[in-house]
Design a protein around this ligand. Structure first.
Ligand code: GUN
Ligand code: ZN
Length: 429
């Protein structure tokens, strides 16, 4: 019926393909200023310059920017409680801040409240889809799935697997973990907009037996995602070398366990070599690049250009609470600076693509999310071009589209967010 229709007016920006590295002019950038985005039954059905007929309910966002909702391919729901924690690198940070916060999620009421808080915060930062680490606890994973379902969000998550080198209350064992995974997959994988990810925390916190179990789950159902951390920090890499002396590299630990495939999402991937990159390309796995976290935890500078040259999928992630903002604009600001340090330049097109259509394609979800193409779910965000007089002035003197969008990306954050729509419904932000 007509109630399921909505027309949004604004400056529409999305991508029809992958921009080339370094190109500030690109044929795959689709900018349609002052257009109407037509939504029916939760999906995008078209876009046009003319106002639709009066049967269409309208939200007029003219003078504002309308983008596909951002996709965050690596973020931790329980870690909002430890965002911006002082003074440690990865392994100390886990022990000092992160594990204690995750222990509190053993209490289902705590996990439930945390899941709701987390998803509402994602939506309030312009992110409508995410690949999420909850905790080791089955009930906390259930709570996150249920909260995403209640909000109609596209979400990928799964119980965290960790059966060693973790404190009490955060370890599972192979048998119980397998049972929990099977139950959760039966209940949630493919339910509405939800998918399950076999979620290995990282190589040091799983025994070889648990890694093998995780690999067997992946082999049994190729529609499952796999989500983990990879080669983030030098001390971590050295620890993996000691724990798995038979492996050629950190990545090889996952390869041997059967964890690398087209739906594998590996966060960070900073300390890799050419052989690792070639393997990632062959299996079609993606790196969830998390520059905010990599800078904050002093982990290192990701070589995006080398990954690109090797044909590896790269998507954008916040990695909160290692990262210091849930807003993907902040991730992109850090990504630009990391590339600048390497003498490379990240265009706004390349960056925004990696947080929208590029992430969707890497996740094999481009028929559902990541663009404003007819048929896609209407997960869209409306942004102010500028927030405050400095940004307003800077954007007003921009000479071309890339300059304007780059200044928006670089000066903006969640304070620019005007509205978030999930499946065509405006959500409170
Ligand atoms: N490696 C293993 N666990 C974590 C985590 O929670 N955050 C980050 N950034 N790296 C990890
Ligand atoms: Zn992480």
């Amino acid at each position: 019926g007509l109630a399921l229709r909505l027309a949004l007016r604004g400056d529409l920006l999305d991508f029809t393909g992958a921009p080339e590295w370094g190109a500030t002019e690109s044929p795959v950038v689709r900018f349609r200023p002052d257009h109407w985005l037509l939504i029916e039954g939760g999906r995008i059905v078209g876009a046009q310059a003319e106002a639709p007929d009066s049967s269409w309910p309208r939200h007029d966002h003219s003078g504002q920017l309308i983008l596909p909702g951002f996709i965050d391919t690596h973020v931790h729901s329980p870690q909002l409680d430890v965002i911006a924690s002082y003074g440690t690198e990865l392994l100390d940070w886990l022990d000092t801040y992160t594990f204690p916060a995750e222990q509190r999620y053993a209490e289902p009421a705590e996990a439930e409240a945390g899941a709701a808080r987390f998803l509402d915060a994602l939506l309030a930062h312009g992110t409508t889809s995410a690949v999420v680490f909850p905790t080791v606890h089955k009930a906390s994973t259930e709570a996150l799935f249920a909260a995403a379902q209640a909000r109609g969000m596209r979400l990928i998550t799964g119980k965290v697997l960790m059966d060693r080198n973790a404190p009490d209350g955060l370890r599972d064992d192979v048998t119980q973990a397998e049972r929990d995974c099977v139950d959760l997959i039966d209940r949630w994988h493919g339910t509405g907009r939800l998918s399950y990810a076999v979620t290995v925390r990282f190589a040091p916190t799983s025994t070889p037996a648990q890694l093998a179990m995780a690999g067997a789950l992946c082999r049994a159902d190729e529609s499952l995602y796999m989500h983990t951390h990879l080669a983030e920090n030098r001390a971590e890499v050295q620890w993996v070398r000691e724990l798995f002396p038979e492996a050629r590299s950190y990545l090889d630990v996952y390869a041997r366990a059967g964890l690398l495939h087209r739906r594998s999402v590996l966060a960070h991937g900073i300390w890799l070599d050419d052989e690792d990159r070639a393997l990632l390309c062959r299996c079609g796995a993606q790196i969830a690049h998390s520059p905010s976290s990599n800078l904050f935890l002093g982990s290192g500078l990701f070589g995006w250009r080398a990954a690109e040259r090797a044909g590896v999928h790269v998507s954008m992630a916040t990695d909160v609470g290692g990262g210091t903002s849930l807003c993907q604009l902040c991730s992109l600001q850090d990504a630009y600076k990391v590339q600048a340090l390497a003498g490379e330049r990240l265009t706004a097109w390349k960056g925004l693509h990696a947080a929208t259509l590029g992430a969707a394609e890497s996740l094999l979800l481009a028929d559902e999310i990541g663009s404003l193409e007819p048929g896609r779910m209407a997960d869209v965000c409306v942004w102010d071009w500028a927030s405050g007089p400095v940004a307003r002035r800077r954007l007003s003197v921009a000479r071309d589209l890339h300059e304007k969008v780059f200044a928006w990306m670089t000066l903006g954050d969640e304070r620019n967010l005007v509205a978030t729509y999930v499946a065509g419904l405006r959500v409170p932000v």
